[in-house]
Structures are given as structure tokens and as C-alpha cells.
Design a protein around this ligand. Structure first.
Ligand SMILES: NC(=O)c1ccc[n+]([C@@H]2O[C@H](COP(=O)([O-])OP(=O)(O)OC[C@H]3O[C@@H](n4cnc5c(N)ncnc54)[C@H](O)[C@@H]3O)[C@@H](O)[C@H]2O)c1
Ligand SMILES: [Zn+2]
Length: 298
């Protein structure tokens, strides 16, 4: 009897990793089949897409404060720092934050996962579109086609005036010097060529009625056209690192999932993976998930 019991325990111990392995295999095999069958791709990406390139997400105040301890000391949240008011009351402070982000995004090299998705798109001979709330320009850096990207919150790669009626936006090639102890930018600050006043990023901030969204709207029209053209195709929506607090990207994925019969969402997210069938999710980081799927694609 004793012998029987212990041998059973041994059997369970051995089989648990095997079970997990086969569950994982099925999860990746299913993801690979979604990719294999796709005739069009929509990549929907939130801040989590950049984490494996070394960029911070701003998950709650603690996540933001971990990335920027200066703001922790002043108990300023992401929403309080990323507001247009600071460009009026303290532009050196405003550019301290946005200039730092701009330089960080410029220095960052997109992780290999960006290139794996491009490889799948090419192999399937499929069209694609990227929809992202990220303002970091990482898809452009990974050489995705500028005409196939919708930046729903704009981009730090572009500037607009903070003061005058200048409707123009222009490329941000400014160089920033920041005192990291105070997170204040040194002069000179970026200025509007028309009125000479301080300019600001062409990105949507919190409580922002002044964002000039023309560029983003133009991208949105192109995305709508893409969806119309591909409505009868099998669309794989690869959603990566989109959080629930500002759910714009998750809403984009689920709208496509609801409105297009042949669309399947593949959600990659280590902390917020939940999704219902027939859609599919992988509860781990972007790079790990994409590399595993690639291995299953062979
Ligand atoms: N890089 C950027 O441009 C950037 C960075 C931070 C915040 N933002 C802005 O702030 C808002 C934040 O919303 P959000 O939902 O994008 O970010 P968020 O910080 O609220 O959520 C990030 C999500 O990424 C997931 N995640 C964490 N590590 C990951 C990894 N290694 N791989 C995949 N996923 C991972 C988390 O589970 C979470 O669901 C957006 O509106 C965006 O404009 C932009
Ligand atoms: Zn101006």
C-alpha cells in the first residue's frame, strides 16, 4: 500500500512539468496557427511593447515613479507631469520630462520582436497596419512603413506651437540637455518658428484641448481604408502590451474582433492577458512570446 502511494506521488511529480509543457505548446501552436493563416495583420501596441527594448511602461504611479524618482519625491503622477499647463507655467519643467522621453526614445533600439512580426507579414505576403498609443516612434525605427502606422495619441517625434495660431506641426530634431537631479531642461527650449514662443510635443497629454490631431486623423483615415480593403480577409490582430487603465488600444482590438467576422485577436500581455474565445492570449512578455511563436512557425 505504502509502496503504491509513494509511486503515485512520483508519477504526479514527473507529469506536472510535462502537462505544463504540453499546455504551453498548445498555447503557442494555436498562436502560430493564427499567424500562419493570416491574410492581413493589425498590430495594436501599448507601452508594454517597448518594455523588452528597455523602455518603461507607466503602470500606475509606482511604475512611473520607478522610472522617474524625481517625480516620486514631489509626489507627481504621470498624469500631473504630462499636462499642457506646464508649458505655460514652467516650460523648463515641462521640457525636462518630454525632452528626457524624446532622447530616451531616440537612443532605444527596438527589440527583435518588432522584426519577427515583419518577417511573418512578408512570408504571408500580407498587408498590415500598426495602431499604437505609444508616442515613442519605435515602429518607424524598426522600419515599419510610415504610411501604415496610426499613432492614436500622436508622437514625440513631432512638435507644435503652444501659443499662437500656427496650425503647422514640424519634425522634432531638437537636442535636449536636462538636469536629471531636478528634471528641468536647460535653455534653449524648442520654439515656434512663427511666433518665437515655446513649442510642445504633438502628442495628446492629460486634460489636453490643444493637441493638433491632424497628422493622427490622417493616419486614422488610412487605417479605416485598410480595414475596408481587408474586410473579407482573415485578419490577425496582434495586440501587445496594452494596459487597462487607458484602454484605447484594447478597445481598438476588440472592435476589430467584434466587427470583422474573420478577425482573430492574439493578446500578448504578462499581467493583463484575459480575453474570451475565439480570441487567444499569451500571458508573457512581448519578446519571449514572439520568439516562441516564431519557433512554432518554423
Ligand atoms: N513608450 C511610450 O510611448 C509610452 C510609455 C508609457 C506610457 N505611454 C502613454 O501612456 C499611456 C499608457 O497606456 P498603456 O496601456 O500603453 O501602458 P500601461 O503602462 O498602462 O500598461 C502597460 C501594459 O503592458 C504590459 N506589459 C508590461 N511588460 C510587458 C512586456 N515585457 N511585454 C508585453 N507587455 C508588457 C502590462 O501588463 C500592461 O498591461 C498610453 O496612452 C501611452 O500614450 C507611452
Ligand atoms: Zn507659435
Amino acid at each position: 500500500m505504502q509502496y503504491d502511494l509513494s509511486s503515485r506521488i512520483v508519477v504526479i511529480r514527473l507529469s506536472l512539468p510535462t502537462l505544463l509543457k504540453s499546455w504551453e505548446s498548445r498555447m503557442y501552436e494555436h498562436a502560430a496557427s493564427i499567424i500562419r493563416e493570416a491574410e492581413a495583420f493589425v498590430i495594436t501596441a501599448g507601452a508594454g511593447m517597448g518594455v523588452d527594448s528597455g523602455l518603461p511602461d507607466f503602470r500606475g504611479d509606482l511604475g512611473f515613479w520607478k522610472a522617474y524618482p524625481v517625480y516620486a519625491r514631489r509626489e507627481l503622477s504621470f498624469a500631473e507631469c504630462a499636462t499642457p499647463e506646464y508649458f505655460t507655467i514652467d516650460p523648463h519643467f515641462a521640457w525636462g520630462f518630454f525632452g528626457h522621453c524624446t532622447s530616451l526614445y531616440r537612443e532605444t533600439i527596438p527589440h527583435h520582436g518588432f522584426h519577427l512580426i515583419k518577417k511573418w507579414i512578408k512570408r504571408n505576403g500580407a498587408d498590415y497596419f500598426v495602431v499604437t498609443s505609444n508616442v515613442d516612434g519605435q515602429f518607424q525605427k524598426a522600419e515599419y512603413d510610415e504610411e501604415r502606422i496610426h499613432e492614436v495619441h500622436g508622437s514625440l517625434q513631432w512638435l507644435q506651437c503652444h501659443s499662437c495660431s500656427n496650425e503647422n506641426i514640424w519634425y522634432n530634431d531638437e537636442v535636449f540637455r536636462i538636469d536629471e537631479a531636478t528634471m528641468r531642461a536647460f535653455d534653449p527650449l524648442p520654439r515656434c518658428k512663427k511666433c518665437g514662443e515655446v513649442s510642445r510635443p504633438n502628442a495628446l497629454m492629460f486634460g489636453d484641448c490643444w493637441w493638433r490631431d491632424r497628422r493622427s486623423r490622417h493616419q486614422e483615415y488610412a487605417f479605416d481604408r485598410f480595414l475596408q480593403l481587408n474586410s473579407a480577409r482573415r485578419i490577425a490582430v496582434i495586440e501587445i502590451g496594452a494596459g487597462k487603465v487607458i484602454p484605447t488600444i484594447r478597445a481598438t482590438s476588440s472592435n476589430i474582433g467584434k466587427n470583422f467576422d474573420l478577425a482573430t485577436i492574439l493578446r500578448i500581455n504578462p499581467r493583463d492577458p484575459e480575453i474570451s474565445s475565439p480570441h487567444h492570449s499569451i500571458p508573457c512578455g512581448a519578446l519571449e512570446a514572439l520568439q516562441h511563436i516564431d519557433a512554432f512557425l518554423g
